[in-house]
Write a protein that binds this ligand. Structure first.
Ligand code: COA
Ligand code: AMP
Length: 651
């Protein structure tokens, strides 16, 4: 492999020794003036089997492809190259689990040995280049080792978040058609232990899949294994390790998929976001240094879950490729055991940058409003707090800034982009923070605010946020097996641009403010969920005639879903019983992560004369915001009924 000396400053090190002011504007202009030159230099931070000569091919793929003739392996970049650079004894993964009462540090040497052994097992189970492997696992090191072992073989992983129920897992299994599923016997939530295997068995049954499974038995639960289909992880991996099995990394094209990650769309059918290999690693390595201001050898903590994009990019590939230790935390910000948990972890592992969702801070603040637990810990190493995943409300940001006395940096991105569209590039010298703004576009992103006619709007004017094509390296090239859905969902509405489905504005300094989604997606505790998907579940209940789900403001989770249902005429069951059944149904079909706890029976839904449900106005009523009667409403009294129903639920 060819590659950089990863112990040395990188070629894209734009940082001054002590930046007097930010070099952001120069760097952004560098990119604008010569995008290919910019990404060619950034590509030098990655180790290639074959260095790319063509940086961008505008004629390939749906909107062009990055580094089409580059050849590399992601697992090699995340593991082997650090060992080869003499960093084998340094920590790669730090695992801290208050819920399993376990701590473990894994060096790059150990990581290499674990990845090799697991890759050997996975290969023995028939998985090769381009095959899919679903990973349904809790936040334990084996999940990350699994991702890296799959990538080592040039196969494609698809991680499914543990808080999703069997039918959601089944949808993903159906779409990816995996040869193998990696799982564990259980996940551990503070309130309960969740046996994963029965959920997986049900998902395999629902999807009709004949995939093999590799099951890590945790001490808390022993899963039943079916002979010939289910394999005991420890047993087979121990054998491979003891035999000293060596699995060389399989070279793949930079454009080959590294993973598929499903995210909520506006219907119940999630979108399979495809991530290619080369562009992704190039972009992530650039961000570690220039956006997050991290150096190899430090500790970077993204307090998320590997089931989300933040986990893929900043628990797994970003830090491991660039070289800081990464933290896998199996716990919550509060209750495991208290609201000082994050500060304890930051002290214990000398975390230099923490990345979390505003919800986690709201939870900590609720439990410990005066930050009484904070002085117990030495946070002198913590330089920056990064926030993303949902709108960072100014109140929470200000509280965090005052409490921690370090910059609190909001940044905006999506599963689709894989890395920040807008942020405050701390490594380039931090720009002045404007609370409520996720700051400025990152190099690679030409962000515009437009009206419905695709015309740019003036500064400080709300509009739809679009990104001019091509998207930068690392962003999705398409949806899994579905170019058409990619085009119609993202590219058709604003020709020449990618539709983010977020609305917001830019101020006169070019700072970007994200105000909310333009579609039916809501953000619950930083988790992206489809109200359309929940409506499909409610509508499938035999007593429901029609329904609408909206996201309503919640002091902790930002938003929570609330379902309004109209029962079929002739239904004699008690509405309260049906409401309970509906809550249970969403939990069983989508999962506890949906946090669907409110189903409210109403006589009718407010609609326009053409039959469109007035979800926007319903949301304003629920959030106690000013609202006006839409001119096109069919029956003006229907909105009063919604207000009354909410009042009767204490909302
Ligand atoms: N496996 C199984 N169930 C899970 C799960 C997992 N991996 N993760 C969450 N759940 C369950 C929870 O147990 C809970 O179930 P319950 O209804 O029985 O209580 C439900 O899903 C909702 O979970 P969660 O969103 O975590 O809410 P919570 O009330 O348990 O905790 C917070 C609240 C604020 C502490 C929590 O939401 C949090 O830490 N948020 C930060 C989110 C985050 O980091 N997002 C990543 C985007 S960057
Ligand atoms: P996900 O794909 O789960 O990362 O969710 C992406 C969506 O979360 C975006 O389209 C936004 O609506 C929202 N989001 C993410 N980061 C931010 C942020 N910093 N500010 C406001 N909204 C955000």
């Amino acid at each position: 492999m060819t590659g950089p000396d990863i112990n040395q400053p990188t070629t894209q090190d734009h940082r001054d020794a002590a930046p007097a002011s930010s070099s952001y504007h120069t760097v952004y202009e560098d990119w604008r003036a010569d995008p290919e030159g910019f990404w060619r230099r950034a590509a030098d931070n990655i180790s290639w089997v074959q260095q790319p000569e063509t940086i961008f091919d505008a004629d390939a793929g749906v909107y062009g492809r990055w580094f089409p003739d580059g050849v590399l392996n992601a697992s090699y970049n995340a593991v082997d190259r650090h060992v080869e650079a003499g960093r084998g004894e340094q920590p790669a993964i730090i695992y801290d689990s208050p819920v399993a009462d376990t701590k473990r540090t894994i060096s790059y040497n150990e990581l290499l040995s674990e990845v090799q052994a697991l890759a050997a097992v996975i290969a023995d189970l028939g998985v090769g280049k381009g095959d899919r492997v679903v990973i349904y696992m809790p936040m334990i090191p084996e999940a990350v080792i699994g991702m890296l072992a799959v990538a080592r073989l040039g196969a494609i992983h698809s991680v499914v978040f543990g808080g999703f129920a069997a039918p959601e897992l089944a949808t993903r299994i159906e779409d990816t058609e995996p040869k193998l599923v990696l799982t564990a016997s259980c996940g551990i939530e503070p309130s309960r232990v969740i046996a994963y295997k029965p959920l997986l068995d049900e998902a395999l049954r629902l999807s009709g899949s004949d995939a093999a499974t590799l099951v890590l038995q945790r001490p808390q639960v022993t899963a039943d294994l079916v002979e010939g289909r289910d394999y005991d992880w420890q047993e087979v991996v121990d054998k491979a390790r003891d035999a000293g099995r060596v699995v060389p990394p399989v070279p793949v094209q930079a454009t080959d998929p590294l993973y598929i990650l499903y995210t909520s769309g506006t219907t119940g059918k999630p979108k399979g976001v495809v991530r290619d290999t080369g562009g992704y690693l190039v972009a992530l390595a650039w961000t570690l240094r220039n956006l997050y201001d991290i150096n190899p050898g430090e500790t970077f903590w993204a307090a998320s879950d590997i089931g989300w994009v933040v986990g893929h990019s900043y628990i797994v590939y970003g830090p491991l490729v660039y070289g800081p230790a990464t933290l896998i935390y199996e716990g919550k910000p509060v209750g495991t055991p208290d609201a000082g948990a994050f500060w304890r972890v930051c002290e214990e592992y000398k975390v230099t940058a923490l990345f979390t969702a505003p919800t986690a801070l709201r939870a900590i603040r609720k439990e410990d409003p005066d930050s009484k637990l904070l002085p117990r810990y030495d946070l002198s190493r913590l330089r920056t707090l990064f926030l993303a995943g949902e709108r960072a409300d100014p109140d929470t940001v200000n509280w965090a800034q005052q409490t921690l006395n370090i910059p609190v940096v909001d940044h905006w991105w999506q599963t689709e982009t894989g890395w920040a569209i807008a942020g405050n590039p701390v490594g380039l010298g931090i720009l002045p923070i404007k609370t409520g703004s996720s700051t400025v576009p990152m190099p690679g992103y030409d962000v515009r605010i437009v009206d419905e006619g695709n015309k740019e709007v003036p500064a400080d004017t709300m509009g739809s946020i679009i990104i001019k094509l091509p998207l930068p390296p690392g962003c999705l090239p398409t949806l899994w097996k579905n170019d058409e859905r990619f085009r119609s969902g993202y590219l058709d509405e604003f020709p020449g641009a990618y539709k983010t489905s977020d609305a917001g504005f830019k101020d006169k300094d070019g700072y970007i403010f994200i105000m909310g989604r333009t579609d039916d997606i809501i953000n619950v505790a930083g988790h992206r969920l489809s109200t359309g998907g929940m409506e499909e579940v409610l509508a499938s209940h035999p007593a429901v005639a029609e329904c609408a789900v909206i996201g309503i403001a919640d002091a902790l989770k930002g938003e929570v879903p609330c379902g309004f249902v109209v029962l079929k005429s002739g239904v004699t069951d008690n509405p309260a019983d049906i409401e309970k059944q509906l809550v249970a149904r969403v939990r069983e079909q989508i999962g506890p992560v949906a946090a669907f706890r409110l189903a409210i029976t109403v006589g009718r839904l407010p609609k326009t004369r053409s039959g469109k449900i007035l979800r926007g106005t319903m949301k304003k009523i629920a959030d106690h915001q000013p609202w006006s009667l839409p001119a096109t409403i069919e029956d003006p009294n229907s909105l009063d009924e919604i207000a009354e129903a909410l009042k009767s639920y204490g909302l």
